[in-house]
Design a protein around this ligand. Structure first.
Ligand SMILES: [Zn+2]
Ligand SMILES: [Zn+2]
Length: 357
C-alpha cells in the first residue's frame, strides 16, 4: 500500500494542530490560535474535465483504488484507508492527503466551511427547541451531542442537450349542445400530431458522489452557493473528515441526466404549445459534457435517544438544518386529547343550544 504525502498540520508556534477556521478563512491552531494562510498558485482556477476524454483514458472506475497509508507526524501511528482527510485513530491528529492518486479523480473545487462549530451547535440547539413534539429529554441533548465536520463529495455536470420529440398538441374549443333547458357549452380538445427539436444547456447540475449521506437529506440541505467555491487546496480539509467518492462519474452522469429530464420535458411542453400537451417520446443527445468533483461542507450532530442514534445535519455553507428526531408519544397524545376536548365542547354547546330552542 503506497504511503501518502500529507499536508503539514502541525502548528510551528506550539506544536498543536492546525484546522481550517470558518471565521478566519485560513488555517488556525486549535490551541494558540496562530494562523497560516492558504496559498493558491497564481492562475489557480476551478476547471472542469471533458467527460469523453476522461472516459477514453480508461481511468479507474471507482475511487476505492486510492487506498493509502497515512503516517501521523504526531504519534507515528499509521492509518489506512481511502479517505482524503481523517483524524489519526490514536491521537486525533489531522491527517490530510496532499498528493493525487493515479486513476482517481481529484477534487477540483471546495466550498469551505462558512458556518463554524459554535454556530452549528447554536443552529442545532434552536432546531431542537423549535420541535414541539420532541421529547423533553432531547431538548437537553444540545449540550452533550457529538458534532463533527465533514466534506461530502459531489459531481457537477454541464451538458449541451438536443432533444428530438414527438407528441400531440391539444387546442381547446367550445361547442353548444342540447336543447332548451339542457342547452349548455362544453369544452372539447382538438389534437394535432406534432414533432420537433429543443435545445438546452445545463450548467453545474449537482449530484451526490457519495452514498454515505442519504440523498433525501442532501436534497433538503440544498441549495448550495457554488459560486463561493474555491479552487481545491487540501489545506481546507484540515480538521474535517473527507471521504473519497464512491459513486463513479458514469453513475454520476446517469443521476445528472435524471435531474435534467424533467426540465427537458418542461421545454418540450412549452414547444408543443396549445392548451394541452401529450408527450409521446423524447430522445436526448448530450454533447460537450463537462464534469468536476466538488467538496461540500456539512456539520453532523449525532445523539442517542431511547437507545437509537439520531442525526441532525447543518449545511456549513448556508446554515440550513435538516434532521430526524424522535416524537414524544405523550405530547402527541395530549395534543390529540386537546383536539378531542374542543370537539366535545362544541358538541355539548350544540346540543345545549338545540335543547334550549
Ligand atoms: Zn499553536
Ligand atoms: Zn497520531
Amino acid at each position: 500500500m503506497p504511503a501518502a504525502d500529507l499536508v503539514r498540520t502541525r502548528c510551528e508556534a506550539c506544536g498543536s494542530q492546525l484546522a481550517y477556521s470558518a471565521a478566519a478563512g485560513s488555517l488556525e491552531c486549535v490551541a494558540c490560535r496562530s494562523r497560516v494562510e492558504i496559498v493558491h498558485a497564481p492562475g489557480d482556477a476551478v476547471d472542469e474535465h471533458a467527460y469523453d476524454s476522461w472516459l477514453a483514458t480508461g481511468a479507474a472506475p471507482v475511487a476505492l483504488a486510492g487506498d493509502q497509508a497515512l503516517a501521523c507526524d504526531g504519534c507515528g501511528a499509521t492509518t489506512h484507508g481511502t479517505d482524503l482527510s481523517v483524524a489519526c485513530q490514536f491521537c486525533g491528529g489531522h491527517l490530510v492527503v496532499a498528493s493525487p492518486v493515479e486513476g482517481v479523480v481529484e477534487p477540483e473545487a471546495v466550498l469551505p466551511f462558512a458556518v463554524g462549530g459554535d454556530a452549528a451547535r447554536d443552529a442545532f440547539r434552536s432546531w431542537v427547541r423549535s420541535r414541539w413534539f420532541a421529547p423533553g429529554a432531547l431538548k437537553k441533548v444540545g449540550d452533550t451531542e457529538s458534532l463533527h465536520g465533514t466534506y461530502v463529495p459531489h459531481w457537477t455536470f454541464d451538458a449541451d442537450t438536443t432533444s428530438r420529440w414527438s407528441g400531440q398538441r391539444g387546442d381547446a374549443y367550445y361547442v353548444t349542445v342540447g336543447d332548451g333547458e339542457n342547452r349548455r357549452t362544453e369544452r372539447r380538445v382538438r389534437w394535432t400530431p406534432v414533432a420537433g427539436t429543443t435545445q438546452r444547456f445545463f450548467d453545474d447540475v449537482l449530484v451526490p458522489a457519495s452514498t454515505q449521506v442519504p440523498d433525501r437529506d442532501l436534497d433538503r440541505l440544498g441549495p448550495w452557493q457554488l459560486d463561493q467555491a474555491s479552487p481545491y487546496r487540501p489545506e481546507y480539509l484540515a480538521g474535517y473528515a473527507t471521504a473519497r467518492y464512491d459513486v463513479d462519474p458514469p453513475h454520476g452522469l446517469e443521476r445528472a441526466k435524471d435531474e435534467m429530464a424533467p426540465v427537458i420535458r418542461g421545454d418540450v411542453r412549452s414547444a408543443i404549445g396549445g392548451d394541452e400537451q401529450r408527450v409521446h417520446a423524447i430522445s436526448t443527445a448530450y454533447a460537450a459534457v463537462m464534469f468536476k468533483l466538488v467538496l461540500l461542507p456539512l456539520w453532523v450532530a449525532t445523539y442517542v435517544y431511547a437507545g437509537k442514534q439520531w442525526q441532525v445535519m447543518v449545511n456549513a455553507n448556508t446554515g440550513e438544518v435538516v434532521g430526524r428526531r424522535p416524537y414524544s408519544a405523550w405530547k402527541i397524545t395530549l395534543a390529540v386529547l386537546a383536539g378531542l376536548a374542543v370537539v366535545a365542547a362544541v358538541v355539548v354547546w350544540y346540543l345545549a343550544s338545540q335543547g334550549a330552542g
